[in-house]
Design a protein around this ligand. Sequence first.
Ligand code: CP
Length: 320
Amino acid sequence: MTWNQKHLLGLKDLSADEITTILDTAGSLVEISERAIKKVPTLRGKTVCNFFFEPSTRTRASFEIAEKRLSADTINFASASSSLVKGESLKDTARNIEALKVDMIVIRHSSSGVPHQLARYIDARIINAGDGINEHPTQALLDMFTLRAKKGTLRGLNVSFIGDILHSRVARSNIWGLTKLGARVTVCGPRTLIPAGIEELGVRVTNSLEAAVEDADSITLLRIQLERQSEQFFPSIREYSRTFQINREILRRAKKDVIIMHPGPVNRGVELADDVADSEHSVILDQVTNGIAVRMAVLYLLSGGKQYMSDDEHAEGGRG
Ligand code: CP
């Protein structure tokens, strides 16, 4: 087991061994969510603050469930309900949160680099739950965990990302993580939605959907992130769908055992046809389920990690 990090700010900062440590730790935590009583005392006495300055369904719920399964005390802030709306700076808000003796902060923010800034201001452990267009490390980790569970390994897999690569923190974190663990990554989308120079990260770039699909072991669809776009990157959503949507017809060109992934939220009928979203190829809901174990693993490792035991095992003095 290799783990030398105080924070989880991005997969760019982690070694291949550290990423593998998170995935392996998550693997051993899965069974806790299958118990009748889904709770261990690992983070008892620790306080985790969930700071979400952008909308979230999956990440926020998944972190809160992970924290509760590890017995942490949790507090939740959204930007609308914090004093940030009264003009308090992020730094002052963070220092006040720290004065409340919070041990870990999970933060999502629309500006790239905010979790890194927080890590400089305060002593609590920081977990990036998505910052602007920079990184979404726990999403990429749960994607890699799901892919590894389905395919047995990440090394040598062909993994394609299709859609709005330019505005995707999910794509960026996956590229860092997957290339470190030996997968071959392809990105595909309209030319205007592929960041210049992305090849330097070790990925193949194509504007041909057929090329991205044909040799892929997994295909991840990325939503067109209209909320991050200040200009028009393609003529219309209808035209985008005609060229880049994954549907049954294009899937005939893919490997029989290709898996379809999506970080959510899915815009059905745009990047992904209904019948594929709900098909035997889709692991979209497995991704959501796996997010709990992956986030438990991150919380556990950042807390300095004592053995994760049930209350009974604690009372008996350990697992032996
Ligand atoms: N994948 C993801 O980040 O989803 P949410 O925005 O719902 O958290």
